[in-house]
Design a binder for this molecule. Structure first.
Ligand code: B4P
Length: 188
């Protein structure tokens, strides 16, 4: 199985590049951000609790996102592989993912990290906020909070996969096609 983690700060291009990777490698796309937004749209209790945290730029609790990923892995036993987009975002999430995959006899092949500077991230997210209306993309202070959460809790996840010799850094600035080519070279 080809299991990839697409990594990077908010606005690095994870969702954008996932769409290309999914169609090229026929993987199942698992985005915890998208799963949480579906819960919000459906008005579930989990969605209401998640929205409260997401609108403040905070991460939702580990057990919530780990539970969502566990259930998606269970419902796709015949997948060729998965692309994990926006997950794992903390060390406990990374440990849980390694265990879930090991239980079904597989593992992460690579973590691909998109590197983008803070100024460009803020510009992209404010732009997306105008087009999409996403409530967590409207305010520069909330966006900075998300970047701070990333630096404090998510960036250390890179070391977890580096220790397993699976970490690859990719420049996330440039055209979407050029970045996709760099990702493809790293995978192949
Ligand atoms: P996510 O949905 O994962 O959102 P994100 O990190 O903001 O976006 P992403 O990185 O996918 O955006 P993209 O670059 O594609 O998370 C939202 C929230 O959900 C989190 O803050 C958290 O609260 C919660 N959450 C999610 N997962 C969680 C977890 N595991 N644990 C706890 N909480 C969790 O796109 C950004 C913009 O850039 C787009 O407009 C795009 O068009 C543009 N863009 C992309 N590539 C570009 C390029 N090369 N040049 C110019 N623009 C580009």
């Amino acid at each position: 199985m080809l299991n990839l983690v697409l990594f990077g700060p908010p606005g690095a291009g994870k969702g954008t590049q996932s769409a290309h990777l999914v169609s090229h490698y026929q993987l199942i796309h698992l985005s915890t951000g998208d799963l949480l937004r579906s819960e919000i749209a459906a008005g579930t209790k989990l969605g209401l609790e998640a929205k409260h945290l997401m609108d403040q730029g905070l991460l939702v609790p580990d057990e919530v996102v780990i539970g969502m990923i566990r259930s998606k892995l269970e419902t796709n036993p015949d997948a060729k592989g998965f692309i994990f987009d926006g997950f794992p975002r903390t060390i406990p999430q990374a440990e849980a993912l390694d265990n879930l995959l090991s239980d079904v006899g597989t593992s992460i092949k690579a973590m691909l990290a998109l590197e983008v500077n803070e100024e460009e991230l803020i510009k992209r997210l404010l732009n997306r906020g105008k087009d999409s209306g996403r409530s967590d993309d409207q305010d520069v202070e909330i966006i900075r909070k998300r970047i701070n959460e990333y630096n404090a809790k998510t960036a250390p996840v890179a070391a977890h996969y580096n220790a397993q010799e699976k970490f690859r850094s990719i420049l996330g600035i440039g055209s979407i096609d050029d970045i996709f080519d760099a990702l493809r070279k790293a995978i192949d």
